[in-house]
Write a protein that binds this ligand. Structure first.
Ligand code: XIL
Length: 475
C-alpha cells in the first residue's frame, strides 16, 4: 500500500471507530473518563508529557497518536524540529514552520512547551562547520541563532534546553572537547554565553542544562557531580540557569537509577535549581522483541513507577517527559539497539507502565505534592491571538487576594468571607481552560456548588467593584 493510500485509509476511519479506539487505548485502565495522566499531573502542579515525533510533523502518523497525546499529557517537546539544523538550515535563514505548527497545537490544547535544543554539538547545520575553529565568527553565529530562535517563540516556549550534552563520556568528567564545533572553536565560554543570550531574548523562559547519564549517580568523576559543580559556578556568577534536565535513556536492568535521580534532585534543590526528567525511555534489548513476558512488562512498569514516585516526592522537580508515546515510533528501535521502552505498545494500547504511572500519581495526593511553579506558570492566561481559542472563552487572570477577602471550599460549599460576602456577589466557575461552566449567587457568605462534577476549577467571586479568583478542587 502506498503512503498516500495508507494515510487515506487511516484518516477515513469513522469518528465512531476512532473514538472507540481512543477509549480503548486511552482510558482502558482508568476508571473514569476524566482520569488521565494529564488531569492528575495538573492537579499536582506538575507537567508530564511526551515528544511529538517527527512523523507527526510530517502528517505521517496514525490518528490515535494525537488523540492520546492531547488527552493524556500536558507538556510537549519536538523530537527534531527545533534543533539547529531544522531552524537555521542556511546561515541566517530561519525556518520556523514546523515549530510554529507545534506551538499552535500546544496552544489549542493547553500544553506547556519545552524548546529543544539551542547549543548542541549534534544536529548542527552543515554550514556551521565552514567556520570551524574561528572563535569570533562562531560566537556571532551562536548568538544570532539563539537570539532569533528564542525571540521568535518568546512567551510561547516555557523552557529551553539551552545547552545539550556538553559533558564528555569519560570517567573523569569534563566538557566534551572533541566533535563539538562549539567547544573546539569557542571553549567553555560558549555555555555561559548561551544562557545569557537566551535570557536576554526571553527573560521569562526557564533555562536548562540537559544531558544523558546524569542518572548514574553523584560519585566523584561522574557527569552528575560535574554538572552540579558547574551549576554552582553558574549560580555564583549570575548565569541565568534555572533547571537541569536528566535525559534518562535507560535500560530495564538499570534498577538503581531512580534513586540516583532523587539524589541529584536533592543536590540541585540546595542550589535553588529545578530538576526535570526530559527524555525518559526504559528499553529492552532489541533481541528480546517478541519474547517479552508479562513479568518483563511488569518490571518495566515498576521502574516507571519508581521514577514517578521520585518525581512527585521531590519538590524541585517540575517536568517528566518521555521520549516517545508509542513503541510503534521510537528512536530506540531506529538507533539504539533497544525496543519497547514507552507507555503505549505498537497498537496504542497502554502497557503496565501506563498503569504504574497512574498508580504513582494516585498514591501521591495533590495536597502532598509540591510544585516548583507559580500560579501564572501553572495556569497561564490563554493566548488568544490564535483563532483556535474561540470566542466563548474567558481568560482567567488570578488577581491578588485582597487582604480581607477569602474563599475556600469545604465539600460542595464555597465559603466567602470579607467585604463581598454579604452583598449577593456573583459566583462564576470556569474549567481549567477558562470556559464558564456554572454561575450562582453568594448567599450569607456561601455558595452551593453541589451540581458540579469532581475536578479542578477556577472560581471567581465578584460584586462589581471587588473580585477574587481562586483555583478549587471539587471532590
Ligand atoms: C533523537 C531523535 O529522537 C532522533 O529522531 C534523531 O535522529 C536523533 O535525536 N538526546 C537528545 C535528543 O537530546 O534530541 C535525541 O533525539 C535523543 C538523545
Amino acid at each position: 500500500m502506498g503512503k498516500e493510500e495508507k494515510m487515506r485509509k487511516i484518516h477515513s476511519l469513522s469518528r465512531i471507530a476512532l473514538g472507540a479506539a481512543i477509549l480503548g487505548a486511552g482510558f482502558m485502565n482508568a476508571n473514569a473518563a476524566d482520569e488521565t495522566i494529564r488531569q492528575l499531573a495538573k492537579e499536582r502542579g506538575r507537567f508530564i508529557g511526551t515528544i511529538l515525533n517527527s512523523e507527526w510533523f510530517n502528517d505521517d502518523i496514525e490518528p490515535e497518536f494525537q488523540e492520546i497525546h492531547k488527552t493524556q499529557f500536558n507538556v510537549v517537546v519536538a523530537e527534531n524540529e527545533m534543533k539547529f539544523d531544522a531552524t537555521e538550515p542556511k546561515e541566517d535563514e530561519f525556518n520556523f514552520e514546523k515549530g510554529d505548527k507545534m506551538i499552535k497545537y500546544a496552544q489549542a490544547n493547553g500544553l506547556r512547551v519545552r524548546g529543544h535544543a539551542l547549543a548542541w554539538h549534534s544536529q548542527v547545520a552543515n554550514w556551521v562547520n565552514n567556520y570551524s575553529g574561528q572563535k569570533e565568527k562562531l560566537l556571532a553565529v551562536l548568538k544570532n541563532h539563539i537570539t532569533k530562535v528564542v525571540s521568535h517563540w518568546k512567551g510561547k516556549i516555557a523552557e529551553w534546553d539551552v545547552v545539550n550534552e556538553a559533558v564528555n563520556d569519560d570517567y573523569n568528567a569534563d566538557w566534551r572537547s572533541t566533535n563539538s564545533v562549539w567547544y573546539e572553536g569557542i571553549g567553555a565560554e560558549f555555555l555561559d554565553s548561551a544562557f545569557v543570550w537566551a535570557h536576554k531574548a526571553d527573560p521569562d523562559a526557564e533555562l536548562c542544562y540537559n544531558d544523558y547519564s546524569l542518572e548514574w549517580g553523584l560519585r566523584e568523576g561522574s557527569k552528575a557531580s560535574f554538572v552540579v559543580e558547574q551549576v554552582k559556578r553558574w549560580k555564583a556568577n549570575g548565569i541565568p540557569i534555572t533547571c537541569v534536565g536528566t535525559q534518562t535513556h535507560i535500560e530495564i536492568a538499570h534498577e538503581t537509577t531512580p534513586q540516583n535521580v532523587r539524589a541529584l534532585a536533592k543536590a540541585l534543590a540546595e542550589l535553588n535549581v529545578t530538576l526535570n526528567i526530559t527524555e525518559l525511555d526504559i528499553g529492552f534489548p532489541k533481541g528480546s522483541a517478541g519474547k517479552l513476558t508479562e513479568a518483563d512488562y511488569a518490571k518495566q512498569g515498576h521502574l516507571y513507577r519508581q521514577f514517578m514516585d521520585v518525581f512527585l516526592e521531590e519538590p524541585n522537580m517540575g517536568e517528566f517527559v518521555i521520549w516517545g508515546l508509542t513503541d510503534a515510533h521510537s528512536w530506540l528501535d531506529e538507533q539504539q539497539g533497544k525496543t519497547e521502552g514507552l507507555l503505549y505498545d505498537k497498537q496504542y494500547k497502554p502497557k503496565p507502565a501506563y498503569d504504574s504511572v497512574m498508580a504513582s500519581l494516585k498514591a501521591h495526593p495533590a495536597s502532598e505534592v509540591k510544585t516548583p511553579y507559580s500560579e501564572t506558570v501553572l495556569n497561564p492566561p490563554k493566548d488568544c491571538g490564535d483563532e483556535s481559542c474561540g470566542d466563548s472563552i474567558i481568560a482567567i487572570k488570578p488577581s491578588a487576594i485582597a487582604n480581607n477577602i477569602s474563599i475556600h471550599i469545604a465539600g460542595r460549599t464555597l465559603f466567602i468571607t470579607g467585604v463581598i460576602a454579604g452583598k449577593n456577589a456573583k459566583v462564576d466557575v470556569f474549567d481549567m481552560q477558562g470556559r464558564p461552566i456554572f454561575s450562582t449567587k453568594c448567599e450569607k457568605g456561601r455558595a452551593d456548588l453541589s451540581s458540579i462534577t469532581e475536578g479542578l476549577y477556577v472560581v471567581r467571586v465578584h460584586d462589581g467593584s471587588t473580585s477574587i479568583v481562586k483555583k478549587i478542587s471539587i471532590k
